[in-house]
Design a protein around this ligand. Structure first.
Ligand code: G6P
Length: 599
């Protein structure tokens, strides 16, 4: 979702900003733009349009010295993706230029109250902010004008603001949407996420909600100041940038998605290294305390993370015997069920920034429930605002369609349930090691899976079916295929298909059955017969234990509770190769964003 980058320093600003925007592409966007100060002409230049950062980089002229600017990748919310709605946006006189990530909920009220005389060119809420600042700047010094405007905004925003009258300060404000500041001797960089700092800054600061920031050059030194909501300056905590270029490049693969699929065995091993202490799985005591004497666990998540949540539910109920419920975050936020008093919440989010989850967490905190975020990003909003957090150690996941983060989430949930269990009856270290080996074995067969995709007719509506934990894998498998190939696909409980949806089965409709559990093998096989006899083109994914000779993909046996982390891999590869053969933009599928920072 929208990404912002600003830079003021000795390096060429347009290089830093355009490279930063490129690194933020994975968040998902449809338009992009930049505004910078050309030192030679002492003029500001703005380029923006619908389309990719590579066009912004190559189709315009960046000749001349420049050291000061802001840039943006836009994921359309208010108004279509086009030139006019792309950021940066300016105030009516052109004095203030801003980029914005987030949604301003009261922008219409602000227009009615203060800006009825303004002629707006775009449909965006962002242009309202630029004009509100200009409105206050008529009566107040610029800094106060910006702070007055920020104080009136309701909703989410990460904002970079420049005043063309003074190309020596970048102002920033933030509420709910993420914003970080990176500092080095030769400049200050502001960006939506850490990825933009790789190669630019080795240290960074997390900007908290309602903080006002000034990045400037004072006595030949670049510096920043941060102010809390009542205007008191404070010193934030410094963090090290732990990413390097190797972790965020494609490493010889054609797509990040394939690279990330292939990294999954090493993610499992990395998780084991991080969670094993003295030859046993170990979870910090303050996390375990969150679950002490709890009668219920609520898991909240969105998309792929929610599918990991379903697998977590089975792990928790099997190992800890604590009843566990899973909710779609966007539903839970405004339609809460009757809640058990003695309960703990788990929020699962790869990015740690999903706005739907944040809305839930604000309420959970108000209600006084303990919460745990399971995430890939230590400094993320959800990690910071929950009672505690656990990391999935998956490394940066750049393809929009989540793969290695999903298996990382399953593994960490399984370890947590295992450590909390009184008598888990499973040798989790042995089972996880076996899982990593089984993952490697199926990844080694990826070319065979590519052949299968080409010989089966996965070209129109498609079904994944399974029972129990395999049903949850079916949901994730279907999401993966539709996300990147745009083929209408549904994940279905195998036994439920006959209660209506089987009407859609006709000659050559692909049905992919997942069978990793012995106790439901016969039942799912009956469901396979039902669709086969109606002409479906069936493909079966099973394990050594559940297989029949004619099955198409046979996986090594792993523990039932971990099987989704293995069975999902062939389905990720099916999605990948289908999208590849169809010529789709695999790492950046249409309309999707990696980090969904609006509700
Ligand atoms: C977006 C992504 C999905 C992801 C979901 C939840 O919709 O496109 O791939 O599963 O957000 O993201 P999270 O970062 O909270 O896991």
């Amino acid at each position: 979702m929208c990404g912002i980058v600003g830079y003021f320093g000795d390096l060429k600003a347009t290089d830093v900003i355009l490279n930063g925007l490129k690194k933020l592409e994975y968040r998902g966007y449809d338009s992009c733009g930049i505004c910078y100060h050309n030192l030679n002409t002492d003029r500001f230049v703005t380029y923006k349009d619908k389309g990719r950062v590579k066009h912004l980089k190559h189709d315009f002229d960046y000749n001349g010295d420049n050291h000061f600017g802001i840039g943006h990748t836009r994921w359309a919310t208010h108004g279509a993706p086009n030139h006019i709605n792309s950021h940066p946006h300016s105030s009516q006189s052109g004095r203030f230029v801003i980029v914005h990530n987030g949604v301003i909920e009261n922008y219409k009220e602000l227009v009615a109250k203060y800006l009825s005389a303004v002629y707006f060119t775009s449909e965006t809420d962002t242009e309202v902010i630029a004009n509100l600042i200009e409105y206050f700047a008529v009566s107040y010094p610029v800094e106060l004008a910006i702070r007055k405007a920020l104080a009136m905004l309701e909703g989410s925003y990460a904002l970079l603001i420049i005043d063309k009258l003074n190309p020596n300060i970048i102002y920033a404000g933030k509420n709910k949407s993420p914003l970080l500041l990176g500092l080095r001797n030769d400049g200050v960089c502001l960006a939506s996420d850490l990825m933009a700092f790789v190669g630019v800054s080795s240290e960074y600061y997390v900007i908290e909600d309602k903080t006002f920031v000034k990045a400037e050059k004072v006595d030949n030194e670049y510096r920043f100041s941060m102010y809390d909501p009542i205007g008191i300056e404070f010193t934030p905590i410094r963090h090290e940038v732990s990413l390097n270029d190797d972790e965020i490049n494609r490493g010889g693969y054609d797509h990040y998605m394939l690279k990330e699929i292939c990294e999954q065995p090493s993610v499992i091993r990395k998780i084991m290294t991080n969670y094993i202490k003295d030859n046993r799985f170990h979870i910090k005591q303050d996390v375990l305390d969150l679950f002490a004497n709890k009668k219920r666990i609520y898991i909240l998540a969105a998309g792929t993370s929610m599918h990991a949540g379903f697998v977590g539910k089975i792990n928790f109920e099997t190992l800890t015997k604590i009843p566990t419920e899973v909710f779609i975050a966007s539903e839970f936020a405004y339609n809460k069920p009757l809640l058990e008093k003695e309960a703990a919440f788990i929020l699962i989010s790869q990015s740690g920034e999903t706005a739907d989850l944040r809305a839930c967490l604000v309420d959970i905190n108000k209600m006084g429930y303990p919460s745990l975020t399971i995430t890939n990003v230590k400094t993320s909003t959800l990690a910071r605002e929950a009672t505690n957090y656990l990391l999935i150690h998956a490394g940066p996941e750049i393809a929009v369609a989540s793969t290695k983060a999903y298996v990382g989430q399953i593994a960490v949930l399984a370890i947590l349930a295992y450590v909390l269990a009184d008598n888990p009856k499973i040798d989790m270290i042995k089972e996880m090691s076996r899982l990593a080996v089984a993952m490697e074995a199926i990844i080694d067969k990826k070319e065979y899976i590519h052949d299968l995709v080409q010989s089966h007719l996965i070209k129109r509506n498609c079904f994944y079916i399974g029972r129990g934990i395999d049903y949850y894998t079916s949901l994730e498998a279907a999401l993966k295929l539709k996300e990147i190939s745009y083929i209408q696909t549904e994940g279905f409980a195998a036994g439920e298909l006959k209660h209506g949806t089987i009407a859609l089965i006709e000659e050559d409709v692909p049905v992919i059955a997942i069978i990793t559990q012995r106790h439901i093998n016969k039942n799912t096989r009956s469901n396979i017969q039902e669709v086969k006899s109606r002409g479906a083109d069936v493909l079966v994914i099973s394990t050594n234990d559940t297989s029949e000779p004619e099955d198409d993909i046979i996986l090594m046996d792993v523990h039932d509770l971990l099987s989704p982390a293995l069975a999902v891999i062939p389905t990720q590869l099916i999605a990948y190769y289908k999208a590849l053969d169809m010529g789709k933009d695999i790492d950046k599928p249409r309309n999707l964003a990696k980090s969904v920072t609006v509700e």
